[in-house]
Design a protein around this ligand. Sequence first.
Ligand SMILES: NC(=O)c1ccc[n+]([C@@H]2O[C@H](COP(=O)([O-])OP(=O)(O)OC[C@H]3O[C@@H](n4cnc5c(N)ncnc54)[C@H](O)[C@@H]3O)[C@@H](O)[C@H]2O)c1
Length: 310
Amino acid sequence: MGNFLAGKVVAVTGAGRGIGRAVARAAAAEGAEVVVNDYGVGIGGGEPTSEIAEAVVKEITAAGGEAVAVADDISTMAGGRRVVDTALARYGRIDGVVCVAGILRERMLFNMSEEEWDPVVATHLKGTFTLFRAASAVMRRQGSGTLIGFTSGNHQGSVAQANYSAAKGGIISLVRSAALGLAKYGVTANAVAPVARTRMSANVPMELKEIGEPEDVAALVTYLLSDRAVAAGGEKITGQVYTIAGPKIAVWAQPRELRAAYAEGSWTPEKIAGFLPGTVGTDPMPMLAQLEAMARAAAAEDRPNAQRPE
Ligand SMILES: NC(=O)c1ccc[n+]([C@@H]2O[C@H](COP(=O)([O-])OP(=O)(O)OC[C@H]3O[C@@H](n4cnc5c(N)ncnc54)[C@H](O)[C@@H]3O)[C@@H](O)[C@H]2O)c1
């Protein structure tokens, strides 16, 4: 066992499987006392069972670590609060919160139902808020703490998961808001966009070129939870979004205006039509270009087959 997180208390949601489980195990192995939360649901969010969280607690204690299970649904305020309250009741403080819990309900936007939209946004986005809300109130009093949200490269957009993509974009804004609002209390907030082999990534229709294991993601989260998460300039790392995909770690740009232009007088649609294309213009969407390239490659592959003699 290492001591990256010695003396810290860390709560991890969605810690019964996949990346959350790896994060909980890694945090415990680095000396943290860990609250293992998992509602124990199927990939679409149904059929909860408390056994999933309890099994990970057993793994951690068998390895000599310290952990407690909370099998609540973190998309409810009561569930989020119970995770934080359990940390306080059992270990007396909360130093880190890692919101990993997630589900998928894939559907094209034009066919998506309210039952496919609401639970996905509730699990990812509200499920991050419920933990951040409860933990930040304690961390503010402590004068320290770290909040970590889980986003995805899909926050850039998704063909058949608008619900998931919108929630993941929301998590980035929530994390940056937490970083801004809590900086003066010594509390940091960052987001992780992982690519790792789990039941969820097995569900992705296209082949992922850069992919790693949940343990790679856990190493980054452990680092971000630790006192060593300090930038080259000496300041605590906060308000950042990191991708980790196998051997690669990348930082995402802060959202910023790309290009601006000004005109005299008031705007009309006609004036904008003559002005905008040649000045402000557009910022080409990389994922759209990728889709078009994939469609071209698929068409090129089909062509020889189509011409193959009988
Ligand atoms: N695996 C990847 O490559 C990948 C890529 C991008 C983003 N992510 C994100 O990383 C996170 C973890 O993904 P994973 O691949 O480990 O998924 P996973 O399906 O293996 O694990 C998710 C866990 O969350 C739990 N959960 C679901 N709803 C819950 C709720 N309401 N309350 C508490 N627990 C709940 C599930 O029971 C499950 O154990 C997710 O937020 C996912 O969107 C994963």
